[in-house]
Design a protein around this ligand. Structure first.
Ligand SMILES: [Zn+2]
Length: 159
């Protein structure tokens, strides 16, 4: 899908949009999905959609070594202005990545829940491609939950 959506023809409007527009599309979609099928199902849909994207992106930045691969991930995420990844822990059991300036939630007021399910899935897809197996992923901090930063915890041996 990345190939198709990357073909952009907007000679007048160009390729950039204000971030609030991205957020409006993103959050209105999430809220509507929550209303329609419930929060649990909606969260799974967004996480799995993010996972699929992560798997596609992994093909563009792949490397055989984990540290080099994670560097590529960091660079991609920063260049794409998704956020700024801060690795907190990389061990054989866990990968914990913080996402500062998160595209989805940085600066939002505390709405009392973690909402970056797409980003969680995106991180999981990136790591799953590298590992060649499924990993368990959850959001352990979120700017929309008053925690000041987004953080994804990936459990590598717990599926
Ligand atoms: Zn978040």
């Amino acid at each position: 899908m990345l190939n198709e959506i990357s073909q952009i023809k907007r000679p007048i409007l160009g390729e950039e949009i204000p971030i609030v527009i991205f957020r409006a599309f993103r959050h209105f979609s999430a809220n509507y999905t929550n209303d329609l099928i419930g929060e649990r199902g909606a969260n799974i849909i967004f996480q799995n959609a993010g996972r699929d994207l992560g798997k596609e992106v992994s093909l563009l930045i792949k490397d055989e070594k984990l540290d080099k691969y994670l560097e590529n991930v960091q660079k991609f995420v920063r260049d794409a202005k998704i956020g700024i990844i801060i690795p907190v822990e990389v061990s054989h059991n866990h990968i914990i990545l913080q996402l500062d300036e998160c595209i989805t939630c940085a600066g939002m007021p505390n709405i009392g829940k973690r909402i970056c399910h797409f980003e969680v899935g995106f991180a999981a897809g990136l790591v799953e491609s590298f590992m060649g197996k499924k990993v368990k992923a959850f959001e352990s901090k979120c700017g929309a939950n008053g925690e000041g930063i987004c953080e994804v915890t990936l459990e590598l041996n717990n599926v």
